[in-house]
Design a binder for this molecule. Structure first.
Ligand code: ATP
Ligand code: MG
Length: 454
């Protein structure tokens, strides 16, 4: 490990080093607002302090500050720094640089926690040589430059740990107070630049109970067709964030209203209102998540699709082919992974049998399948079997030698609290690298997935 040494004085980069787009209202406000260490993630705090000690201007940034100001517990803590990716790597043994296009440092901690540490970026100017691959995404700048490249004003706040103050260049503090979601700059420039921001705008509005500022809402509606040009992997990522948020139903309803759902999940958008509730499964997962449960991604997807497959799932006979076709049709054009889709198909095809309970040795064999935990969880979620049957499955699962608690598919979010609450040896976590986040301000065709992470 590199020895610690006292921090050289850091001069803050509150002024822009790159150009200011003419549509961006830029004015720095600094508000003294101490955040207790206990409210910050201890590992992220270590990262920030170490970077500061080595003379790199560093702040907490983005969603974590927004959430704390709104009185919510942040999901993750992101860090923005003047240190270059290679400099971050030198300071942390647990660092991996990711992203071919948008270089980011991922600092890995226990239990799969990753603190994402991004170097301040700036807008390109006329003298920049943009002929080198990905040059525009990797122009390093000042904190101020970095703030104005972010998507919404409430996402561009930075927290200075040393001065215990919030830095706001774009009016995010006032927007938090007024509970308004506003684009940084002209939404008719910022939305086409990265149309996934439409989904993000709706997600934040529904999840955080913010009003979308009228010109942003209008831009979202106007440019909705541009979503067809975005990498579907990014839409899948946003969809999972929505499903995990505990506000999936209001999000999807708002996405339908804004005209996004018909592009993400056309089969859902086509269901006439007043018919059977397509969101019944998600109403239930939203409730569980609000109660503090963490559900696997597979279970969330199953809850999304179950209401529109219930007619097939609950019939006797070999309906596997029909289920496969129905699921493919419901999921298109989103490209969920083959693993997710395959697991869903297995779950739906076996659900009717599982609903009969673990009566015979042969039926108990299903417990050896990877999807068993999620299938039983789905049955319980949708009241697909009497409580006694669910209890019998859970007991059988507990008694299975070497079966991990809540065993389900090995996805990143399947860890803790599947309803199969058996004690057991923990399955070693499968290491998965997180998909890169789009570059703040990156255009849509240059912001999609980083395939090296998949
Ligand atoms: P969540 O709570 O859903 O994670 P978040 O605001 O932290 O919300 P992230 O996707 O984790 O969202 O991104 C972190 C930050 O990176 C955002 O707050 C925003 O400042 C910036 N950002 C992310 N995506 C974009 C984008 N497409 N365009 C511009 N800035 C973005
Ligand atoms: Mg985040």
């Amino acid at each position: 490990m590199i020895p610690e040494h006292p921090s050289p004085a850091i001069s803050p980069s509150f002024e822009l080093s790159g150009p200011l787009p003419p549509d961006v209202h830029f004015s720095l406000q600094i508000r003294s607002w101490p955040i207790a260490d206990a409210d910050l993630d201890p590992d992220a705090l270590k990262v920030v302090r170490r970077l500061l000690r080595f003379g790199h201007e560093t702040y907490f940034v983005g969603g974590c500050i927004r959430d704390l100001l709104l009185g919510r517990h942040p999901k993750d803590f992101d860090v923005a720094t003047a240190a270059r990716p290679q400099e971050v790597k030198k300071l942390f043994r647990n660092c991996r640089l990711i992203g071919r296009r948008f270089r980011l440092a991922h600092l890995h901690f226990r239990d799969g926690k990753i603190i994402e540490t991004a170097t301040f970026r700036r807008e390109p100017n006329e003298t920049d040589d943009l002929t080198v691959a990905h040059a525009a995404e990797n122009l390093f700048g000042a904190a101020a430059d970095d703030a104005i490249r972010r998507d919404f004003t409430v996402n561009a706040l930075m927290y200075d740990v040393t001065g215990q103050r919030i830095l706001d260049w774009t009016g995010g503090l006032a927007d938090i107070e007024d509970r308004v979601l506003r684009a940084i700059g002209d939404p008719h420039r910022r939305i086409p630049e990265d149309p996934v921001r439409i989904i993000r705008a709706v997600k934040f509005a529904a999840r955080l109970n913010l009003t979308i500022e009228p010109s942003l809402l209008e831009a979202c509606r106007t440019h909705v067709a541009l979503l067809d040009t975005c990498a579907t992997a990014r839409m899948v990522e946003e969809m999972f964030k929505i499903l995990r948020s505990g506000f999936a139903v209001p999000c999807l309803e708002m996405l339908r209203e804004v005209g996004v759902l018909s592009r993400m999940l056309p089969a859902f958008a086509a269901i006439p209102e007043g018919g059977p509730d397509p969101f019944e499964g998600l109403r239930r997962t939203d409730r569980l998540i609000s109660d503090g449960r963490s559900l696997s991604d597979t279970l969330l997807l199953a809850a999304l699709f179950y209401p529109l497959c219930a007619d097939l799932v609950n019939v006797d006979g070999d309906v596997a082919k029909d289920i496969n076709e129905r699921l493919d049709q419901l999921a298109a054009p989103m490209q969920f992974t083959k693993r997710h889709m395959g697991t869903l198909k297995s779950i739906f095809a076996s659900l009717k049998r599982i609903a009969g309970g673990p009566r015979t040795k042969r039926m108990k064999k299903v417990l050896h399948r990877d999807y068993a935990g999620d299938a039983i969880a789905l049955l319980e979620l949708m009241d697909g079997a009497p409580a006694g049957v669910i209890a019998a499955w859970k007991k059988a699962m507990r008694e299975l030698p070497g079966r991990p608690a809540g065993a389900g598919t090995a996805d990143r979010h399947s860890t803790a609290t599947l309803p199969v609450d058996a004690p057991g040896p923990a399955r070693p976590r499968r290491r998965r690298r997180r998909r890169r986040r789009p570059a703040p301000g990156a255009p849509s065709d240059s912001a999609p997935t980083d395939t090296s992470d998949q």
